[in-house]
Design a protein around this ligand. Structure first.
Ligand SMILES: NC(=O)c1ccc[n+]([C@@H]2O[C@H](COP(=O)([O-])OP(=O)(O)OC[C@H]3O[C@@H](n4cnc5c(N)ncnc54)[C@H](OP(=O)(O)O)[C@@H]3O)[C@@H](O)[C@H]2O)c1
Length: 318
């Protein structure tokens, strides 16, 4: 059996123009203590993967070269390590694979992970759809429910609603019984309505705050900012006193003192992945894969995700 695997990797940080990411052979990992070895079938691409290649996370999380990008995986269990007992060879699984040190990512034929990170994948979805779920769906879940305390009957404003995180957040908020006001460009409004948004607002119009106010017909309980634009600063006065403001893009936004603010940085959580798989298999969580790339074109996928205008997900098929 081969001791190497095909992987996308880089040995120094760089911009897309400097082409740091290349394809080659690296040692195939093995399943260590408490770990499982996964044959990767699909790996979601996220903006953070591109930021990591640029070196933008290096002061926050230790990075080690050669570094394989990618934190999302759906695949098949190939081997179980000593003391790993939750999964067996052949199980179809998915995971959010960020570890305390960044080196072994999912843009490769294999990854080994602590089994505590891993859950059974949704059975009814394609590999591409399953591989696009973990990072964005855990982010949306932890933001809306753990941090944002969203409840049925509340009104939530989701900014950046048609992208990876936002498109899942719209569905989770709607499933939870909330009224959902979604902000994205106009061409994506039909998509957002299909996902369950009650109202859609175009962030390019002159009076975004007025449009949100009319759609909400009352104060907002939660603002969830998944964008890097200026809609939050224009709308945060519409949040009720004691409401929740959650951002995944800015840890220090300008804000009022009378609201509960949290910056969320997504954490691995297998029990939440189990709940997300159940929602997907019940038809209550859909993943729109707008584009797939082969592993050989991982650098192109990373360039593509940096547009910050992805509809749903970009996924690498391996
Ligand atoms: N902290 C964390 O744990 C965490 C986790 C995941 C993601 N993130 C960050 O969150 C952001 C969103 O991630 P993602 O994967 O969902 O990205 P994405 O798939 O690229 O989606 C970006 C979304 O932002 C919208 N958008 C673009 N420009 C906008 C503007 N000026 N005003 C309002 N909305 C705008 C896009 O809508 P249109 O296409 O219609 O323009 C799209 O809906 C990224 O910056 C990412 O790095 C953080």
């Amino acid at each position: 059996m081969s001791t190497t695997m095909k992987a996308a990797f880089y040995e120094q940080f760089g911009t897309p123009e400097e082409k740091p990411v290349r394809i080659g052979e690296l040692p195939k990992p093995t399943a260590g203590e408490g770990e499982i070895l996964i044959r990767v079938k699909a790996a979601g691409v996220n903006p953070v993967d591109a930021y990591t290649v640029r070196g933008m996370l290096k002061d926050a999380i230790p990075c080690r070269f050669p570094l394989i990008p990618g934190w999302d995986v759906a695949g098949v269990v190939e081997e179980t390590g000593h003391a790993a007992r939750r999964f067996k060879k052949g199980d179809e699984v998915y995971a959010y694979a960020r570890r305390p040190e960044i080196q072994h990512g999912t843009f490769a034929e294999y990854i080994s992970l602590p089994e505590a990170y891993v859950a059974k994948r949704p059975e009814t979805l394609s590999w591409e759809e399953a591989g696009g779920i973990p990072l964005v769906a855990l982010t949306a879940w932890q933001s809306l429910f753990d941090a944002g305390k969203l409840e049925a009957g509340q009104t939530v404003l989701i900014i950046g609603a048609s992208g990876g995180v936002g498109s899942v957040a719209v569905q989770l908020a709607k499933n939870a019984g909330a009224k959902v006001i979604a902000v994205a460009s106009e061409p994506n409004h039909g998509f957002l309505k299909e996902l369950g948004a009650d109202s859609c607002i175009d962030y390019t119009i002159d009076d975004v705050a007025g449009a949100v106010k009319d759609a909400a017909a009352g104060p907002l309980d939660l603002i969830y900012d998944c964008s890097r634009g200026d809609v939050l600063s224009k709308t945060h006065d519409l949040l009720k006193e004691g409401g929740h403001l959650i951002s995944i893009t800015n840890s220090k936004p300008e804000r009022r003192d009378d609201v509960n603010f949290q910056y969320v940085f997504v954490e691995p959580n297998a029990p939440q992945l189990d709940q997300l798989a159940a929602l997907a298999d019940a038809g209550k969580l859909k993943i729109h894969v707008s584009k797939t790339y082969p592993l050989d074109q991982a650098a192109d996928a990373l360039r593509d995700i940096e547009s910050l205008h992805t509809k749903g997900k970009i996924v690498i098929r391996i």
